[in-house]
Design a protein around this ligand. Structure first.
Ligand code: AMP
Length: 419
């Protein structure tokens, strides 16, 4: 085949008609679970001011320092959103959503953009679903967020997962821990990776995220943050764990789980799947009590999660989970001749208005080709119309699965198909 003139940008893919069914099904599951958990959908623009993302996600993160798709227009600087927590927080502050009263339980579904090196499970445009509880610092909110996330995987049928949790502390415990980490890594720094050397100065916690071989022995024995938590934050973490126990949501504690984003405080969690290969995180999240203040709002504690839709679909494939429902067309009108085609054009709307999905041929194909097309479209029935049928006022209704057919007036066909 000839090489096409244009193609998608590297790391960005088309979701083609044959695949879109599973996306629609997944989106439906997310909307239904959101309803059960009493979350409301919010839709924010794809572009946000660069400064919001820089502050919200953190200047020192990989996302902000090297993965942003950035634009300038006049004096304004924008990026394609790399995640949706900062945009949702902006929307909350901008529209004074706190005035609606109570906590705001919000969820979103949509494309995100990060200029990462593409590989399986890692794209430059990918999709996330996620949720935020804004305005509550109670551990019950953390657990509700985790339960909502888990409920979606349960509905899909992905159960072979590990939920890892940790507490990344509050500013006070983080400060003490950062000092302890620096003291621990300092004598070994010469033997560690270049990335970790850089992180040592700017954000030593992120050394724990390192995937570099030479760092692993040092990371293994590093001090753990849970030993540095203030009394209040330690109690919060204990409560989260006991609530998870009582809801029978199993988890593993991972004292080195820090996650890539700077705005997390206290609870951090990640959902891992062994079916994903190198990119094994299905989703993750945590508490971000400082973010809303950071972007200009009042102090408002919040907790949320974000999960990758492509990775969920990869896990489905690996586990042989059929997310796609069989798409059926109710009726295909097969026409022979110009008059029959005219009849088809007149009667298609009648079928559709009765709530049926209906289609016909527009390019004058042979009857055989139209029957083949009806099969390809997975049609339950065909209505076969030729000059004989038009003269008789009776049209052949064929049940495609049973291979049975009989002629009826159109009104009777409509009746049969809708009752
Ligand atoms: P994060 O916002 O980095 O915590 O990401 C949350 C989830 O989004 C991850 O666990 C992945 O499932 C998914 N994700 C993040 N980055 C990508 C990417 N570049 N391509 C595909 N999925 C991604």
């Amino acid at each position: 085949m000839a090489q096409p003139t244009f193609s998608t940008h590297v790391g960005m893919v088309d979701i083609l008609p044959d695949e879109v069914g599973k996306w629609q099904k997944l989106e439906r599951i997310i909307h239904e679970e959101a309803k059960r958990f009493n979350f409301e959908e919010v839709r924010t623009p794809i572009m946000e001011q660069t400064e919001l993302i820089a502050r919200g996600v953190g200047q020192l993160t990989d996302i902000v320092s090297k993965e942003m798709f950035a634009f300038e227009r006049g004096d304004d600087q924008y990026v394609l959103r790399p995640e949706c927590t900062a945009p949702v927080a902006r929307s909350f502050v901008e529209h004074h959503l706190d005035q609606r009263g109570g906590t705001q339980n919000l969820y979103y579904i949509g494309p995100m953009f990060r200029a990462e090196k593409p590989q399986k499970g890692r794209q430059r445009q990918f999709h996330q679903f996620g949720a935020e509880v804004i305005g509550a610092d109670d551990p019950a909110a953390d657990v509700d967020i985790i339960a909502f996330m888990m409920a979606i995987y349960d509905r899909v049928g992905i159960s072979n997962t590990t939920l890892k949790i940790n507490s990344v502390g509050d500013p006070e415990s983080r400060k003490a821990y950062t000092e302890a980490l620096k003291d621990y890594f300092r004598p070994n720094l010469d033997e560690m990776s270049e990335i970790s050397k850089r992180r040592f100065e700017k954000n030593p916690l992120r050394i724990l995220d390192s995937k570099e071989e030479e760092d692993q022995p040092f990371i293994e024995d590093a001090p753990v943050i849970t030993d540095f938590l203030t009394e209040e934050t330690a109690a919060h973490y204990e409560k989260v764990k006991s609530l998870l126990d009582s809801l029978e949501i199993s988890y593993e504690e991972d004292p080195h789980l820090v996650r890539g984003l700077d705005y997390y405080t206290r609870t951090a969690f990640e959902l891992i799947s062994p079916d994903l290969g190198a990119q094994d995180a299905l989703g993750g999240g945590g508490r971000y009590d400082l973010l809303i203040e950071e972007i200009g709002g009042r102090h408002t504690p919040a907790v949320g999660f974000a999960a990758g839709m492509e990775r969920l679909l990869i896990a489905c494939e690996e586990l042989d989970i059929q997310l796609q429902e069989e798409e059926m067309l109710d009726v295909y009108i097969v026409t022979l001749g110009e008059d029959a085609r005219e009849w088809g054009v007149q009667h298609l709307p009648k079928l559709r208005n009765a709530g049926l999905s209906a289609s016909m041929d527009y390019i004058g194909r042979s009857m055989k080709a139209q029957m083949k097309d009806a099969d390809r479209e997975n049609a339950r029935h065909t209505i076969i119309v030729g000059s004989h049928e038009l003269n008789e006022g009776k049209f052949t209704l064929r049940n495609m699965k049973e291979s049975e057919e009989e002629a009826y007036p159109f009104e009777e066909i409509l009746n049969k198909l809708t009752t």
